[in-house]
Design a protein around this ligand. Structure first.
Ligand code: HAM
Length: 419
């Protein structure tokens, strides 16, 4: 039996970078006041269709949707934002305190054509903020991403930002764009010709060269914003500048989900071929109301976890590999019996220890301790058992101390905890 196409196992040997990211992300998010939320992987199809947009690629052709036994239409979540909005409304989280900040990590499902950096089950680290209309929060989320990537040692990423306007200014812009596109219609790809009536903004980030050429001089939404949107975007930019976060204003960035208003952004890399977006996000001030909640501004982003790890691998960033605190070399039955109990006790105290029951030689066990990256080695051979005095070796400094068997556990735990 094999995994299905676009689905994969992430084996223990490769998990170190994933854990490093998770640890740093939750540390940083918690410091910025975000709380973890966990949401189901399965929701009613309608939730995604209504929020992501009926005419987006995700909803039109990428969702894993099926009828359950009662003929309800269900979908494996293709993203987290819609579910978190549903949760915010369902639990009336707006009632006592409308300002809520969440983060979550988990698998998402999109039936795209698999390739490097693109999977059918992939993972996102998702962050959402509800109830804050101020542009400072837009800058803060981009600043947060910038710092997370910096702390993880990533280089060569660039933040592309744009404003997608609001229901005040976007309809007029859409008309201007359509007028422009009408004259270029014959040059557009088939997909984009179809998009003209449904979702003309998406034509702006079509990857087809013919479309790119055709839209070269297309009017930009950034030049057609209402005063409020324009002012909002200015604050985002000046705040980022003050915080030394580099960014590129990308007038053709429109994102693949329909719920966005105003600021939208992507963090892009050149090292994953066509799959250049490592993270993407934006403001979605109308969605909570559209899904039945009170009028609540909101904003968030998601990091493509798989892609992030692939970039880290390319940069040879060290994974999180917590070595062993202690390896116990036990030779002889009596020593093994003691080693077994000591090791369990030490692990129970939150320290990492291991022993070996295969009756190998001192030399081969020392080799194993080195391979496991053990900080200390405790040597328990027949002689040590007989004298009730055991050798503890610090593998880094090579210093050795003798530990009396009567107070061994307490002494060991003391020494190891100080490391
Ligand atoms: P998105 O741009 O669709 O946004 O996805 C965010 C990130 O997920 C992408 O930048 C990419 O790194 C990763 N990703 C997407 N599809 C795949 C795939 N098939 N394989 C691997 N990685 C993938 C959203 O999902 C929004 N919910 C983000 C958001 C949160 N906006 C506001 N709040």
């Amino acid at each position: 039996m094999q995994t299905i196409r676009g689905f994969r196992d992430i084996l223990p040997g490769r998990i170190g970078l994933w854990q490093k990211v998770e640890k740093e992300a939750s540390r940083l998010f918690e410091a910025f006041g975000f709380k973890e939320i966990r949401i189901p992987v399965l929701e009613k199809t309608e939730l995604f269709a209504r929020s992501i947009g009926e005419t987006t690629d995700i909803v039109e052709k990428e969702m894993y949707t099926f009828d359950d036994r009662k003929k309800d239409k269900l979908t494996l979540r293709p993203e987290a934002t819609a579910s978190i909005v549903r949760s915010y409304i369902q639990h009336k989280m707006y009632a006592d305190n409308p300002i809520r900040k969440f983060y979550m990590t988990g698998p998402m499902f999109r039936r795209e054509r698999p390739q490097k950096g693109r999977y059918r089950q992939f993972y996102q680290i998702d962050v959402e903020v509800f109830g804050v209309a101020s542009a400072y929060i837009d800058s803060q989320l981009i600043y947060l991403l910038h710092n997370l990537f910096k702390n993880l040692g990533l280089t060569g990423l660039s933040a592309h930002i744009n404003s997608l306007g609001c229901p005040e200014c976007r309809p007029a812009y859409q008309k201007t764009l359509l007028n422009f596109l009408e004259a270029k219609k014959d040059l557009l790809c088939e997909n984009c010709r179809r998009r003209m009536s449904k979702n003309p903004l998406r034509i702006l980030d079509c990857k087809a060269q013919t479309c790119q050429d055709a839209i070269k001089n297309a009017p930009a939404i950034l030049d057609n914003l209402c005063d409020e949107c324009d002012n909002h975007f200015k604050i985002v930019k000046t705040t980022l500048e003050k915080q030394n976060v580099d960014f590129i204003v990308n007038k053709t960035l429109v994102r693949g989900l329909d719920y966005y208003t105003r600021t939208a952004w992507e963090i892009q890399t050149t090292s994953l071929g066509a799959q250049s977006a490592v993270a993407g996000g934006g403001r979605y001030d109308k969605l909570v109301k559209e899904l039945g909640g009170p009028d609540t501004p909101a904003i968030g982003f998601a990091i493509g976890f798989d892609r992030l790890v692939e970039v880290m691998e390319q940069l040879n960033i060290e994974p999180l590999e917590p070595g062993l605190d202690l390896f116990i070399i036990a030779m002889g039955n009596e020593a093994m019996d003691k080693a077994y109990h000591w090791s369990c006790n030490i692990n129970q105290n939150g320290l990492r220890s291991e022993t070996d029951f295969q009756g190998k030689s001192l030399k081969s066990l020392m080799k194993k301790a080195n391979k496991l990256n053990a900080g200390h080695v405790l040597i328990a051979g027949d002689k040590e058992v007989k004298e009730n005095a055991f050798i503890l070796r610090n593998m880094e400094t090579k210093e050795q101390v003798i530990i009396n068997g009567d107070s061994l556990l307490a002494d060991l735990i003391n020494i190891l905890k100080k490391q």
